[in-house]
Design a binder for this molecule. Sequence first.
Ligand SMILES: NC(=O)c1ccc[n+]([C@@H]2O[C@H](COP(=O)([O-])OP(=O)(O)OC[C@H]3O[C@@H](n4cnc5c(N)ncnc54)[C@H](OP(=O)(O)O)[C@@H]3O)[C@@H](O)[C@H]2O)c1
Length: 259
Amino acid sequence: MEKRLTIIGWGNMGSSLGEIFASRGWKIFSYDKDKKKLARKKNIFVCKSLQEAIRSSKVILVAIKPQDISSFLKEVEVVSPSSLFISIAAGVSTKFFEKKLNVKVVRVMPNLAVKKRAAISFICGGEKAGKKDLKLVGDIFSLVGEVVFVEEKWLDKVTAISGSGPGYLYYLLHLFYKSTLSLGFKKILAKRMVEKTFWGAMKVIENSSLDFKEWFDKVASRGGTTQAAVNFWEENKMGEIIKGGIKRAVKRAKELSLK
Ligand SMILES: NC(=O)c1ccc[n+]([C@@H]2O[C@H](COP(=O)([O-])OP(=O)(O)OC[C@H]3O[C@@H](n4cnc5c(N)ncnc54)[C@H](OP(=O)(O)O)[C@@H]3O)[C@@H](O)[C@H]2O)c1
């Protein structure tokens, strides 16, 4: 059977997902209110209107910003009740969609790493979505990384860790980069040193059964340099600082959510 998928919102996420799905044999129907973003490519078709996009397939992925969801839902005219809407909009509940549209809804929280097919995506179904729908969405998002099925109540917390996580890491890398510069290294070398060090460290622990603390204990010898830095961070309650930031992110996710 032909695999057809409509993607509404051809921005950062929509286009990354669309290009990968198209390369994996899905026929993609793309629609964005900003027509300049759209271009016909192998397996990617451009729809001229929202209605054409919605008519083109039974599975519709909504990849627009949360603040645009309400107006988008008002624009939707006729839609078949057997259609499956997949929303990746952070904080927008399945109920919010269901109140406006009589369709099946599955919500997915992927992260930035979809671009490299190294994402972790959390998936939950709305009231009308059945096992087959969840399986289908799981199969689709497996094309861009790992998938995990959860109850919807977890999604704000997921957003604060795996959704915001890439941003946290870039912020930390920036701080390490600044420290490296302060030691006198030139910018190009400092950037490379930080990038390669953390990239290599992640590669080493990939798929390891040891937990992070066990790896730390393996690499930080007592009285050594790593331990000296970590002692300073512990004295300054870095763990509490991280936990506090995460709490704020969860709170913000809840504040922004559309129920
Ligand atoms: N970026 C991430 O890492 C990440 C991770 C997980 C989930 N998400 C979710 O993914 C969604 C998309 O994020 P993004 O970063 O890809 O946003 P984006 O780059 O702004 O893309 C959204 C696109 O949708 C268009 N659009 C807005 N309203 C529309 C409508 N009614 N009909 C058709 N197109 C419309 C926008 O056009 P204009 O620019 O002209 O408004 C824009 O081109 C968000 O809901 C976000 O929460 C993102």
